[in-house]
Design a protein around this ligand. Sequence first.
Ligand code: WT7
Length: 649
Amino acid sequence: MTEAVYAPSAEFAAHAHADKATYEQMYAASVADPESFWGEHGKRIDWITPYTRVKNTSFEFGNVNIRWFEDGELNVAANCIDRHLETRGDQTAIIWEPDDPADEALHITYRQLHENVCRMANVLLSQGVMRGDRVVIYLPMIPEAAYAMLACARIGAVHSIVFAGFSPDALANRINDCDAKVVITADEAPRGGRVTPLKSNTDAALLHCSDKVRCLVVKHTGGQTTWVEGRDVDVKALMATAAPDCPPRPMGAEDPLFILYTSGSTGKPKGVVHTSGGYLVYAAMTHQYTFDYHDGDIFWCTADVGWVTGHSYIIYGPLANGATTLMFEGVPTYPDAGRFWAVCEKHKVNQFYTAPTAIRALMGQGPEWVEKHDLSSLKLLGTVGEPINPEAWNWYNEVVGKGRCPIVDTWWQTETGGHLLTPLPGATATKPGSATLPFFGVQPVILDPQTGEEITTTEAEGVLCLKDSWPGQMRTVYGDHERFEKTYFSDYKGYYFSGDGCRRDADGYYWITGRVDDVINVSGHRMGTAEVESALVAHPKVAEAAVVGYPHDIKGQGIYAYVTLMNGIEPSEELRKELEAWVRTEIGPIAKPDLIQWAPGLPKTRSGKIMRRILRKIAEDDFGALGDTSTLAEPAVVDDLIANRMNRH
Ligand code: WT7
């Protein structure tokens, strides 16, 4: 079978920021001399004090250090707002589309954004938030989320957004880990016609936090909430009387901009730290080139600001470029399965960026939901979060893009700040399922997982690492630099280890094959199996639990949990429900196991290590290929698990 290849049209290439020759020339320059390349492209943002040092980075284990533009000073919010005021003060910065299409959409100009961010910044200052203080944001997808992020950046506070789908416990853990001074929340978060009680979740979380933490509440739906005098503050009321101006504070390029918690293969979520200068340069540059963004275009990234995708491609990248960015409060299937396309039509979206899981879910609803809408404004489609299966890619291309919109499959991570592997739409021929080639300055390598040696042939398969730093790279794990080094720089010395497996084909194209660690990807959201396991074993009736991923038609991977109950506890449907609900409250709805199998025992080595490889195979219905089972302590355990495996469908 010959593989499908889609070359950029001559017409698209002619108007693009980069055609093939430009990409090749710029890429070669970026890796030959990163200092000069980034020294030049760092100037795309405004600096209060220009940098003289561009790159100061080391991947050496024990001595990992990542600094870009380190002696420069800037303010991220001023770059995203103030510097556009003269030329585009009346241009829409943010289009806000509410959950309910009957409610009015907002068009927030750069001037209005400036005023709102300044007011919010003054509110934070009035609450005692100072430079370097941490502010946790637990908000729905409403303009105030953008104001809060940019207000923090304006005064030099560090924001940490917690996705509104996380539970009170998860929120409390994050507030405590980063020692936040305030948490900004809302009364309720409407999504898909239902509401999540954010304020009462926050009340529950704050029971486990220092009583010094202030709670700033955005009254969004007007829903009833309890109020703790002296702790709770009505943000909108304070914004209304706050001064509409607040000078942006000059910050060092390496001052932290935000912390974002993400799951790993071990332990509790890590606070990924991104800093100001390099992150902004990288988010802005990838936004411009990957999406071929041009002045006046309307850009829509459907992610939530609770994930890094929302940080880089709803807020920081687009606004640094003076773009019009769309922020959507709702879900793809409310009020019906045509909502994404209705919003594209309504707001004349030019670039649309979403996740394979959403594409697959909508594909299942049939093409008529797409065909009802005029999608002629679309120029480009993007995907992120997990490998996209060719069937979904083709549907996206044909049914949504009518075969005339290039598709950019962008591979990156919370840790990377922006795209690392991606086509540039005017330059790169695409192949369904491949994230294609590296962005400027990115040096991917494939290592043999056994030897740790670089595989230098064009065709290669192994683990994906990066050979050198790029400006958007995370700098550390909050409060635990040692964990940072150990997680990313210890398995393969001298490289940044992504945690992904990867194949490079004869054309040098990269194909991500999925995580090689104990991280699973559920609907594009990263879940540490260890996290779900520790939630399960915290239940009094659970003795032991092992969690693995299995292929799921819509979510990409589903969560399969093997649970051993305490002596004397009988399995039942009620208990299954109880455990599901338990995980929802411990972590959040996204961590709820799809399948729970009662396991009288788990397959272990004689030294007591759970053999996850076997559990994965059983969950995948692939028990013909269990591999070497000779080290099993009790082989009969496996037969029982196979006989009682859960039906995946
Ligand atoms: C992991 C990172 C940063 C965006 C959202 C997810 C997987 C991400 C792709 C892609 C194949 C992908 C990887 C990666 N992933 N994009 N285009 N093709 N896999 O961020 O939660 O930090 O997860 O998502 O496994 O390591 P994240």
